[in-house]
Ligand binder design. Structure first.
Ligand code: FMN
Length: 217
């Protein structure tokens, strides 16, 4: 039996959910605000709290977001080439085909999601050194993952997506985000999940990714 109060269980089974998002069940704003309240306990540089979040639950805006997301995915696919071919960078990852299938499903159904979140990082990092880049990204991304975990403990889920950034400026215009001062961390659908039993995913093992005292061979 799974226990959503067990930290290790939640940490290892919080997935990018696409096919099991429940589009028919409404999501209450106060539940999402509760999750964000938890997420904002994540560390952020100098505790400046420069992060901002736009969460959309307006149906017309979500329809427009879905259109833009499709355009952005098309840009992404055009750049990558044939994502079904064996030369594609992810072609040898276990579960690759089902991930592709699921990515398509989300693109096709984005207009049906109850809510969409846009976490925003203060500043723009184009051309900046790694200190600046790491400090900026590090001041928003932890909160996003905490948000996922808080959603999970309440029977909700999301999918981490960055494809939207191919059209970042258009999303900024749509949502009144000052593009010169804020960078979007991605686009995160929010919905209740159909069932709450999720499994551990395949990952490269510790032995492959860890090096003690030097870079792993
Ligand atoms: C940085 C990042 C960007 C991603 N971008 C997209 C995306 O644009 N569209 C999408 O459907 N999934 C996207 N994903 C989800 C991954 O494809 C997903 O993590 C992968 O399917 C593995 O699923 P799991 O994390 O549940 O194991 C992204 C994930 C990450 C971490």
């Amino acid at each position: 039996m799974h226990d959503l109060n067990d930290a290790e269980y939640v940490l290892t089974t919080t997935r990018s959910v696409r096919k099991r998002l429940d589009f028919d069940r409404a999501v209450e704003r106060h539940t999402v605000e509760e999750c964000l309240d938890i997420a904002l306990q994540a560390p952020n540089g100098s505790n400046l709290n420069t992060w901002r979040w736009v969460i959309v639950d307006d149906r017309e805006l979500i329809a427009r977001i879905a259109e833009l997301y499709t355009l952005a995915m098309n840009d992404f696919v055009a750049l990558l080439g044939d994502a079904t071919g064996e030369n594609y960078m992810g072609a040898h990852i276990p579960g690759f085909e089902s991930i592709n299938d699921s990515v398509d499903y989300l693109r096709e159904n984005m207009a049906r999601v109850p809510m969409v979140a846009f976490p925003l990082m203060a500043g723009r990092t184009e051309g900046a050194n790694s200190f600046y880049q790491a400090s900026c990204w590090g001041s928003v991304l932890q909160s996003v993952w905490s948000f996922f975990l808080a959603l999970r403990t309440r029977g909700l889920g999301s999918a981490w997506t960055t494809a939207s950034l191919w059209r970042e400026q258009e999303f900024a215009e749509l949502l009144g985000i000052p593009f010169e001062r804020y960078t979007q961390a991605g686009l995160f659908p929010i919905a209740y999940t159909r069932g709450t039993d999720f499994r551990k995913a395949w990952r490269a093992p510790v032995g492959e990714v860890l090096g003690w005292n030097r870079f792993p061979d």
